[in-house]
Design a protein around this ligand. Structure first.
Ligand code: AHM
Ligand code: MG
Length: 343
């Protein structure tokens, strides 16, 4: 085993960094890692068993649920319930937050916001999907935790991470002291440290956006796309366009190679599509910790005060130089289009 560091070993080693934690956060991260392995097993054999396709149900956002969405949701809730460290789970797949009222969770101090399986449209076609999670400390001191405990700004996150079920499976997380990536070694069933201290390049040449919606984009985004397509050797343009349609996969690639991922407001989604609590905040925390930037076009994602569980926001995230340029264009054109100003 020389030279290999498993996620479990790494978490325990780093536990000393949390002055306030007595091992609970470490156990919570470990529980998420275990649930991720179970989900990974199902994702990998998806084509072989009756788990592809629609579950026949619709979530609060009116989106059809896939069987794997539902499976992943159940696995994470069950891992977090039996782990005993978490008092509330807020998930994309449930209308309301899920209070955890088990004897082991009586004094639990953590809140978990999670998108159990993101990138649903890619599930049935063997393209990478992901899990995104965010961990907060509970603010209230007694009784059952409430919605107010969940509606914290992204700056309050104590940890965040994602799992990408791709050509290999990786878990990437931060506790506010840099970003580390672990690759699942299927032969030993462990996530092993493979990408220590990940840093997003300051500048890049990949832009990721669903350009099919171009006609509905705000002017600032249209201008940025035009800028991305101009020939300019000094700034490495035209940029390369890469859009998988799985936020985790698109952002993971840009984290490694440099780039910008944009999901703006559109005429049909005036507040953006992606959810603040369990999609944008965790990814923003990770990217900032890797040296990048995450903005809604006008302000830092992590500073948005959430007012509802399934709140949406626009997002511009990735290499600092690219995001700042896109923000500049958003500000320049915002006056002409007040409807597209920040969600
Ligand atoms: P989901 O939570 O329903 O899976 O939607 C989130 C996904 C992101 O992973 C992805 O980047 C985006 O939606 C793609 O949306 P679109 O198909 O509109 O480009
Ligand atoms: Mg999602």
């Amino acid at each position: 085993m020389t030279g290999i560091k498993t996620l479990g070993q790494f978490i325990i080693e780093k536990q000393a960094d949390f002055s306030y934690a007595k091992g609970e956060l470490s156990r919570l991260l470990r529980d998420i890692g275990i649930a991720a392995k179970i989900v990974n097993r199902e994702v990998n054999k998806a084509g072989l068993v009756d788990i592809l396709g629609d579950a026949g149900t619709v979530n609060i956002q009116g989106e059809g649920q896939k069987k794997l969405d539902v499976f992943a949701n159940t696995q994470f809730i069950s891992a977090l319930t039996s782990g005993g460290e978490c008092c509330i789970v807020a998930t994309e797949e449930e209308d309301d937050f899920v209070p955890i009222d088990s004897p082991v969770s009586k004094n639990a101090k953590y809140i978990v916001c999670i998108d159990p399986l993101d990138g649903s449209s890619n599930i049935d076609v063997n393209v990478a999907v992901g899990t995104i999670f965010s961990i907060y400390r509970r603010k209230s001191v007694e009784g059952m935790a409430t919605l107010a405990d969940v509606l914290q700004k992204g700056t309050e996150q104590v940890a965040a991470g994602y799992v990408i079920y791709g050509s290999s499976t990786m878990l990437v997380y931060t506790t506010g002291k840099g970003v580390n990536g672990f690759t699942l070694d299927p032969s030993i069933g462990e996530f092993c440290l493979s990408h220590p201290n990940m840093k997003v390049p300051h500048d890049g040449s990949i832009y990721s956006i669903n350009e099919g919606n171009y006609v509905h984009f705000p002017m600032g985004v249209k201008q940025y796309i035009k800028y991305a397509q101009v020939h300019d050797v000094a700034s490495n343009r035209p940029y390369t366009s890469r859009y998988i349609g799985s936020m985790v996969a698109d952002i993971h690639r840009n984290l490694i190679k440099g780039g910008i991922y944009i999901y703006p407001t559109t005429a049909s989604s005036p507040n953006g599509k992606l959810r603040l609590l369990y999609e944008c905040n965790p990814m923003a925390f990770i990217i900032e910790q890797a040296g990048g930037v995450a903005s809604d076009g006008f302000r830092r994602i992590l500073e948005i005060q959430p007012v509802e569980l399934h709140q949406r926001t626009s997002i511009f995230i990735g290499s600092e130089k690219m995001v700042r340029m896109a923000e500049e264009m958003m500000v320049t054109y915002a006056e002409a289009e007040p409807n597209h100003k920040s969600a």
